[in-house]
Design a protein around this ligand. Structure first.
Ligand SMILES: [Zn+2]
Length: 69
């Protein structure tokens, strides 16, 4: 399951960044997931974007939780 699928360390979502309105990217480091905008470089809490969750973010999070050691 390690890297054999399409679970990477980041996923492009369609959720608009709260700062610039462009699609934000979901990122992970170890078990920490956060949102990082590639356009304005702002970093946001995952929880702030949960209400707007799209398919990309949902799948990304499933991958994160499957990887739990
Ligand atoms: Zn932004």
């Amino acid at each position: 399951m390690w890297g054999s699928y399409r679970w990477g360390r980041s996923a492009q979502t369609t959720i608009p960044c709260k700062h610039c309105g462009k699609p934000i990217t979901a990122m992970r480091s170890c078990q920490q997931v956060y949102m990082q905008c590639e356009h304005c470089n702002k970093r946001g809490e995952l929880n702030d974007y949960i209400p707007q969750m799209d398919d990309a973010l949902e799948e990304f999070m499933e991958g994160v939780f499957c990887d739990r050691v």
